[in-house]
Design a protein around this ligand. Structure first.
Ligand code: IPE
Ligand code: IPE
Ligand code: MG
Length: 249
């Protein structure tokens, strides 16, 4: 487990802080950020993409092993078609502009979620991105896209059931580890710290299995305003939590 000395503008100078192995972020509040400024929601989503870039860079600097961001939920299809296609378009542009730079930073990019129903262009782009960065050994950057926690668990249950039917595994052999390997996050440690921006205090069907023991951190900051200092504050709060994991102190 790595340690870092928090930057001077964070009010903790004496002690080193525990670094979470896996940070998951519900990037919320793009629309309200824009509304507050009298701008269209699209402006909020664009500013949100810049925040993603800042936070990824900060995670590389802080040597966080895994970052997972919620980019588009299975429930987000309920939004107007224009907003959905804008979000998809922004993701495409983001990948086109940033994948090479991220690859140079040794980042391994993976996508979590159901791919079947995604537009062809997106499917191609995410396949290429994963392939292009698959040998990288630095930050694992997971982008949850068309992702739902319940859907992911069902997907895992079906995969497990098929293995049982095919005689590859008995019912008794179904363990927590074996089941976790049927999830999109196969091989990734469970979430240590979950951050949600914009003041909402709910999980919204994110990483349900993987957040079983995560520390939850909620901030009023809208996602487009989130930066390295905000991330440091969250990590600092995490470092001050006492994680008993069911045991005693
Ligand atoms: C988060 O911002 C981005 C996505 C869900 C894709 P929102 O679009 O949910 O912003 P608010 O919640 O309306 O402010
Ligand atoms: C959660 O945000 C999903 C993403 C950030 C992609 P939402 O804005 O969609 O969540 P609710 O509607 O407030 O639960
Ligand atoms: Mg929202």
């Amino acid at each position: 487990m790595g340690y870092y000395m928090p930057s001077k503008n964070i009010d903790i100078t004496e002690k080193s802080v525990k670094i979470p192995q896996h940070i998951a972020i519900i990037m919320d509040g793009n629309g309200r950020w824009a509304q507050k400024r009298g701008l269209p929601r699209s402006a909020g989503h664009k500013a949100g993409a810049d925040a993603v870039e800042r936070v990824v860079r900060a995670c590389v600097e802080l040597e966080i092993p895994v970052l997972t961001v919620f980019a588009f939920s299975t429930e987000n299809w309920k939004r107007p078609a224009t907003e959905v296609s804008l979000l998809m378009q922004l993701l495409l542009e983001y990948l086109q502009r940033k994948v090479k730079i991220m690859a140079e930073q040794n980042i391994k990019i993976r996508f979590l979620g159901e791919r079947e129903n995604l537009p062809e262009k997106i499917k191609t782009a995410i396949g290429r991105t994963e392939d292009y960065t698959k040998e990288n050994t630095g930050l694992v950057f997971n982008i949850a896209l068309n992702y739902g926690g319940q859907q992911e668990i069902l997907h895992g249950v079906k995969e497990m059931a098929q293995a049982v039917v095919a005689g590859e595994c008995s019912v008794e052999e179904i363990t927590k580890e074996r089941f976790a390997a049927c999830l999109y996050t196969e091989g990734v440690p469970e979430v240590d710290l979950m951050i949600r921006t914009s003041g909402e205090q709910r999980i919204s069907n994110f990483l349900l299995w993987q957040m079983a023991y995560a520390e939850l951190y909620f901030t009023e900051t809208y996602w487009p305003d989130f930066d390295k200092d905000a991330l440091l504050r969250a990590i600092d709060a995490y470092g001050n939590r006492e994680r008993r994991l069911g045991g005693l102190q």
